[in-house]
Design a protein around this ligand. Structure first.
Ligand code: NDP
Ligand code: HEM
Length: 484
């Protein structure tokens, strides 16, 4: 049965094809409120795109435990082999606008939400185990260099390399970005990493520091610069098409989740600062421990409602998974929910994709724009009940058993020099891990944009490459020379 077409107030519309006009040749009458409603709503179809990671693709699926981790965490979704938890995942590029091409050389976002029985747990990571920075205070500066120049409105290699040359902590991530893994063939053919160190605690109140690694079961596949350049013209949405199509065809992509786990006190004696986001924990020090399998098997029914309005946040933590002292993570704990209140609205967590699916939200927060939307997974939003706590009226109560064990901190409140950390060893390890053809491709890719910038910036970068590995600097220098 076809439904009758109505206006937003439910009134049937007699004619949706012709405006109300005085005579066949116009003009239009202001009393055509249906026309006005239609145009006015159309003007409001857009919300601000994400300030970073604006272009993305997502889907739902499941996480299945293959190894019980209850000795490390009370988190419900990591207990009992075979347990399944619903997930939603969004992949993205970082620097481009919502309409930009999927095949850009750029890190890929890899944001996973577990809808657990104790609330939504988000791991908002990238396809790289490290990041360009170790202090969130640098993030806006860095992103400005990845976006358009304010005068020319063009992407700006000079700004990009100028920034990297003055921020040597970026070299490890720059090396990954410029390597053959810098342009994944699709979202299905790349790994994902939580990147930061997180906290986990068990029933005995013991804390562990952990890192998340989602390893693709489809195999790593990448695009060369030439392949990517062609694809950007032929199909700028190739990664969206690939993900949506493979799920629609029943070919569900999967990743195995591994954790690296460090007992709390190891952090004090480990020679690598475990809370420095520019560093990995070498596998030989902290081997990968399997946790489960992430599978994506259901496309969203409405991209805007479920993927564009998805609001992932590192602050979406649950009992058994907490933050760490990582300075970047601390900044991110603020930034995401703040961005989402602006981008979507104060009650963004009431939307179906964002409200908890397997837990019920019961709190004393009230009102705000669009308050009163009931989470479809639980019906009644309980907004009419008692709105303060504690109370004697049977309102929701806190659950002391979920408290995170206390964390002992020391040190003077100060601004510590972020250059005091080591910057180059792991970039060198990665360079030496590559075979000769990968090293050459890395140098050629770097030279393609580094050759366009001032000699002063080139020199500073060459000095950084040399700190990582003398061969790295030589190859880049030669690749630049070939282009001049
Ligand atoms: P291992 O030899 O144990 O591991 C090397 C890792 O490097 C593997 O995870 C591999 O991923 C990954 N890798 C290979 N080529 C690239 C590339 N071009 N870009 C990004 N990652 C790549 O060594 P270590 O643990 O001692 O680490 C050595 C270096 O490997 C590090 O400095 C870091 O750059 C890189 N790395 C380390 C990771 C870690 O958590 N320890 C994670 C990812 C990278 P795969 O197994 O999927 O092929
Ligand atoms: C998106 C800020 C570092 C991964 C975003 C958004 C903001 C932001 C404001 C948009 C959120 C939204 O509107 O929904 C920051 C700040 C950082 C930082 C301030 C540093 C202090 C990182 C790091 C990673 C990362 C280190 C990965 C390890 C992502 C991802 C998204 C995102 C994957 C997109 C999530 C989605 O798909 O909706 N970031 N970011 N960011 N960020 Fe960050």
């Amino acid at each position: 049965m076809t439904h009758r077409l109505t206006a937003q107030n439910g009134a049937p519309i007699s004619d949706d094809q012709n405006s109300l006009t005085a005579g066949a040749r116009g003009p239009v009458a202001l009393q055509d409120w249906h026309l006005i409603e239609k145009l006015a709503h159309f003007n409001r179809e857009r919300i601000p795109e994400r300030v970073v990671h604006a272009k993305g693709s997502g889907a739902y699926g499941t996480f299945t435990v293959t190894n019980d981790l209850s000795q490390y965490t009370i988190a419900d979704h990591f207990q009992q082999v075979g347990k399944q938890t619903e997930v939603v995942v969004r992949f993205s590029t970082v620097g481009g606008e919502a309409g930009s091409a999927d095949a850009e050389r750029d890190p890929r976002g890899f944001a996973v939400r577990f809808y657990t029985k104790n609330g939504n747990h988000d791991v908002v990571g990238n396809n790289t185990p490290v990041f360009f920075l170790r202090d969130g205070i640098k993030f806006p500066d860095f992103i400005h260099t990845q976006k358009r120049n304010p005068a020319t409105n063009l992407k700006d290699p000079q700004a990009m390399w100028d920034f990297w040359s003055l921020n040597p902590e970026a070299l490890h991530q720059v090396t990954i970005l410029m390597s053959d893994r810098g342009i994944p063939a699709s979202y299905r053919h790349m790994n994902g990493y939580g990147s930061h160190t997180f906290s986990m605690w068990n029933n005995n109140g013991e804390r562990f520091w952990v890192k998340f690694h989602f390893k693709t079961q489809q195999g790593i596949q990448n695009l060369s610069n030439e392949q990517a350049d062609k694809l950007k013209g032929i199909d700028p949405d190739h990664a969206q098409r690939d993900l949506y199509g493979s799920i629609q065809d029943g070919d569900s992509p999967r990743w195995t989740l591994y954790l690296q786990i460090m007992p709390e006190l190891d952090a004090e004696k480990y020679d690598i600062n475990p809370f420095d986001l520019t560093k990995v924990w070498p596998h030989k020090d902290y081997p990968l421990i399997e946790a489960g399998v992430l599978e994506l098997n259901r496309n969203a029914e409405n991209y805007f409602n479920e993927i564009e309005q998805a609001a992932f946040a590192p602050s979406n933590l649950v009992p058994g998974v907490g933050a760490s002292p990582d300075k970047m993570l601390q900044a991110r704990l603020f930034a995401y929910a703040d961005a989402q209140r602006y981008r979507i609205g104060a009650n963004y967590n009431q939307l179906p994709v964002n409200c908890p699916h397997a837990s019920q939200a019961n709190h004393y927060q009230r009102a705000g724009a669009f308050a009163g939307t009931a989470c479809p997974y639980h019906g009644d939003s309980k907004e009419s009940g008692v709105n303060y706590g504690p109370n004697t009226q049977g309102g929701p109560e806190q659950s002391a058993q979920y408290a995170e064990p206390p964390l002992r901190l020391s040190g003077d409140l100060d601004r510590y020099d972020r250059f005091a950390e080591e910057n180059f060893a792991q970039a060198g390890d990665l360079y030496r891990l590559m075979d000769e053809s990968q090293q050459q491709a890395l140098a050629d890719t770097i030279a393609a944009t580094l050759s366009q910038v001032t000699v002063e910036v080139q020199q500073r970068m060459l000095a950084q490459f040399a700190e990582a590995d003398a061969g790295y600097a030589e190859r880049v220098q030669q690749a630049i020379a070939k282009r001049s």
